[in-house]
Design a protein around this ligand. Structure first.
Ligand code: C2E
Ligand code: CA
Ligand code: CA
Ligand code: CA
Length: 263
């Protein structure tokens, strides 16, 4: 589990006087992190629901500081608003492709921000990265959130990625700007059902049935359009079995494995 950085005066923690660090302090700390090589990728397994065999791993960013680990939830927003996510995202891609090149993993899923996708040379850069390392594009998945997929100009980027052979998944489906139209009209290859729905599955509460029914509905719609589904945030065997029963293709969550550094 990611621990928030503790001890010392991390600009990502409130100060003793309760004041939080300025944007500038936080930004320069993030710059230093990149220079000092403090970013790491952890990998969380994803399994096939029927066989429970590991089919891929999701790469998740970690900022490892001497004082502890900073969660991506604490620095991705700053990286996005400052534009630093672009060089960070390139580093993430290079690392992930290298893990594939050296055969340490068979398939890797990488999270991509809208800002990265807006770079005019995004697909060309990815293409040359894959060619140089002789990695099959099918081994790489890009996870994009719904909100970024709704930008109309991304449709052509998705088509280019599809032509290249890199597959894309809609992340956090159902959270926020849900659009069933996007689900069925975009050239994507996987739907990742948001953890907030999965959390309600298998709980002994009146909500249980509804959470499972929502998942069943998403799976039915996706399946009708030929899209496989993955449930994220699966924490119990009961959830895993219920989600398998409603037809999820793949499962991911602490029950199957936490994000870990590669040995
Ligand atoms: P996400 O893409 O939705 O990733 C899933 C998050 O859920 C991860 O949090 C993961 O550690 C956590 N998780 C996985 N299984 C379980 C579970 O069973 N229970 C619970 N409670 N949580 C689970 P994490 O690693 O803190 O990442 C948070 C978010 O940061 C990610 O959400 C993603 O949006 C973003 N992120 C992470 N790495 C990158 C990256 O390389 N690039 C970009 N642009 N964003 C990233
Ligand atoms: Ca993700
Ligand atoms: Ca997600
Ligand atoms: Ca998310």
């Amino acid at each position: 589990r990611v621990k928030r950085a503790g001890g010392g005066h991390s600009p990502f923690e409130p100060q003793q006087d309760g004041r939080s660090s300025s944007q500038v302090e936080r930004l320069s700390a993030l710059h230093r992190a990149i220079e000092r090589d403090e970013l790491r990728l952890y990998y969380q397994p994803k399994v096939n629901a029927q066989s429970r065999v590991v089919v891929a791993h999701e790469a998740l960013l970690r900022w490892v500081r001497p004082s502890g680990m900073v969660s991506p939830l604490d620095f991705i927003p700053l990286a996005e608003s400052s534009g630093l996510i672009v060089p960070i995202g390139r580093w993430v891609l290079r690392e992930a492709v290298d893990v594939l090149r050296t055969g340490r993993l068979q398939e890797v899923c990488v999270n991509v921000s809208a800002l990265e996708l807006r770079q005019a040379d995004y697909v060309d850069h990815l293409r040359s990265l894959l060619e140089e390392s002789r990695v099959a594009p099918r081994q790489l998945w890009l996870e994009l959130t719904e909100s970024s997929l709704l930008e109309p100009r991304f449709i052509s980027v998705l088509q280019e990625l599809k032509a290249l052979g890199v597959r894309t998944a809609m992340d956090d489906f159902g959270n926020g700007y849900s659009s069933l139209m996007a689900l069925v009209s975009l050239p994507i290859q996987m739907v990742k059902i948001d953890r907030s729905f999965i959390a309600g599955v298998g709980e002994e509460t009146p909500d249980e049935v509804r959470a499972l029914e929502v998942v069943r509905g998403i799976v039915a719609l996706a399946t009708a359009y030929g899209l496989p589904t993955v449930a994220e945030g699966v924490e119990t065997l009961e959830q895993a079995n219920l989600l398998t029963k409603v037809g999820c293709t793949d499962l991911q969550g602490y029950f199957f494995g936490r994000p870990e550094p590669l040995p």
